[in-house]
Design a protein around this ligand. Sequence first.
Ligand SMILES: *Cc1c(COP(=O)(O)O)cnc(C)c1O
Length: 427
Amino acid sequence: MKTTNSESLFAQAKTLFPGGVNSPVRAFRAVGGTPLFIKRGEGPYLFDADGNRYIDYVLSWGPLIAGHAHPKVVDAITKAASNGTSYGAPSSLEIDLAKSIISFMPNIEMMRFVNSGTEATMSALRLARAFTKRDKIIKFEGCYHGHADLLLVQAGSGVATLGLPDSPGVPSDTVRHTLVANFNDLDSVEALFRKYPDQIAAIMVEPVAGNMGVVPPQYGFLQGLRSITKREGSVLIFDEVMTGFRVHPGGAQTLYQVVPDLTTLGKVIGGGLPVGAYGGKKEIMDLVAPSGSMYQAGTLAGNPLAMSAGIAMLDLIREQKVWERLEKLGAQLEEGIASEAKKAGVSISQTRVGTMFTTFFGDIQPKDWTNIKKADTIIFAKFFRAMLENGVYLAPSQFEAGFLSITHTPEIIEQTIEAARKAFTSL
Ligand SMILES: *Cc1c(COP(=O)(O)O)cnc(C)c1O
């Protein structure tokens, strides 16, 4: 077989980058084959180095809710670039994006822009620790909050165990204070508070888990976290880096009507450029330097390119009818895939909240990581490859979310369901 352009580029890339990629999720390790090298994106489509076109449901892992190269976003970036790419001094664009974000998420009173989701979560936890003068933090098994040392903990056996580092290079001392609970399991959280009274600074949670595939919170879970943290004097942090502007324009906190103390954002707010933010109650944010003593800084933070892209992107999803359309597209895709799987006799569990979705294979309940990890990754890999052959680009792992954009249309969703029909019958 002839070598494709992607294959020869990947061969070169492997000599330059570990595993040939600059972020591990891009490699096709879990599904086999060679990652596609992308030449360009346009609306809902990706075009690879071999001239193939794909309907894209990865959308740069979430940020591109306006699709690829939306003219309004491109225009905003171009205009900003002609005025300089970074000032290292304040500009009114920071105010504009902050006001825009707050108009969607009124619980955020004050915020700080950073350059990635990782920076946002890392800083929010430092802040929670500074605010409470406590060291321990709780995260949930299967939730991902970026690659900061203190968060690289999954702790297989779960409840009430001290975290073990997930990666060599993370000193066990660094994660000594990272506790791990089960998603959707308030008892596992209560157990940790009983074991470490007055020592837990914060709970950080993906309010709709997206990084083990989409796992919605069960009724009462987020409310429970809110009342426990209130009772215990701990800070509740919603990591809405993925869910912000994706499960609802106002994020999970609006959808489920639970007010966290701090929120971390990223992905969509950067319009496809590198941005993160953490924010929340003024009382807590006031502790951040220079107004307070918790130090956190960034050379390129709030840079005009990223701010402009974010402002343009949020403007595009501001109208209620835009969201109603997205919700309809999501429902169309969800129902279409579920019905084709049923017809083909393939056992799946389809989850979706707003514009985030996952098709889990096998007989599982999408409730927590213990259940999720039993999903059939081999069948998923087959499905992934069949979808790719039929022109649909999904995340190359069973444990990831898919995303929609405003440029996807009912016709494109129909084509995707038709591809899924073929894929299911080929399994
Ligand atoms: C993507 C993601 C992060 C990390 O963001 P980066 O910009 O990749 O550093 C953190 N939290 C959640 C929930 C995410 O989905």
